[in-house]
Design a protein around this ligand. Structure first.
Ligand SMILES: [Fe+2]
Length: 242
């Protein structure tokens, strides 16, 4: 598996508190078949001296500190988007940190209200050469009310990333129902862990993966956790199929 959404980098955002915690999580990931992780700290954690240069240095140090674990690390960010028009203006001014230097941008857009906004956001980003990946739509209140917003986002050319654990057919919880509906419709392009630390991570990743495979087929799951993520790392086009 290639995990495209993880707060594995310690002492940066609300992820692990120490290197030791990150190491335990990484060892656990390696045992569960994870080969690559894109670390995606929250954009809201950066201000003042904690800027992009600081993050790049922290990431380089983290790569050295975790060398003994056979997982390839890549740098990315989870961008919090309140007002997508303002977000785009900011990109026009400053550029943006994408996933592993690709054209793919991971966004948490909790305030996206309707299909029209979803389409416009994807369209404006595409015009600038960026492809949007919407993080955990199963957590968005607008999509809980109206799943067609996720369909519109995808149809416009955006991609959907759902938290792997929320798609566990044996699971429950607040986000499970929407995640399973998206899975049933195959309106998902990526499954990722969104690991936040020892308290919030997918401890039984291999088992959960197996249950999802039994539910919607091995081939489809492979696309969401290996093939599409690989295309992100290689900055290649991702084709949607059902
Ligand atoms: Fe996240």
């Amino acid at each position: 598996m290639i995990d495209i959404h993880s707060h594995l980098l310690y002492q940066v955002d609300d992820g692990p508190l120490s290197l030791e915690e990150s190491l335990v999580l990484m060892e656990q990931a390696a045992e569960n078949g994870v080969t690559d992780i894109i670390v995606t700290p929250h954009s809201w954690a950066f201000a003042g001296e904690k800027n992009l240069e600081w993050l790049k240095e922290r990431f380089a140090r983290f790569q050295e500190e975790t060398q003994s674990i056979p997982i390839q690390l890549h740098l990315g960010m989870e961008h919090a988007v309140d007002d997508y028009r303002r977000f785009i203006r900011q990109i026009d001014k400053d550029g943006i940190l994408t996933l592993a230097n690709s054209r793919y941008v991971l966004v948490e857009a909790m305030r996206l209200q309707d299909a029209e906004e979803a389409e416009e956001f994807v369209y404006e980003m595409k015009l600038r050469g960026y492809m949007l990946i919407l993080a955990h739509p199963e957590r968005m209140s607008s999509i809980k009310k109206d799943i067609s917003i996720a369909r519109a986002f995808r149809n416009a050319g955006g991609f959907i990333q759902v938290t792997l654990e929320d798609c566990d057919p044996m699971g429950s919880g607040m986000f499970h129902k929407v995640a399973i509906s998206l899975l049933k419709e195959k309106q998902i392009d990526f499954l990722a862990t969104d690991t936040h630390g020892l308290i919030r991570n997918c401890r039984n990743l291999a088992e959960v993966k197996k249950r999802i495979e039994e539910y919607c087929g091995k081939e489809f799951v492979r696309r969401l956790i290996v093939e599409n993520p690989k295309n992100v790392l290689l900055n290649q086009e991702i084709k949607k199929g059902r």
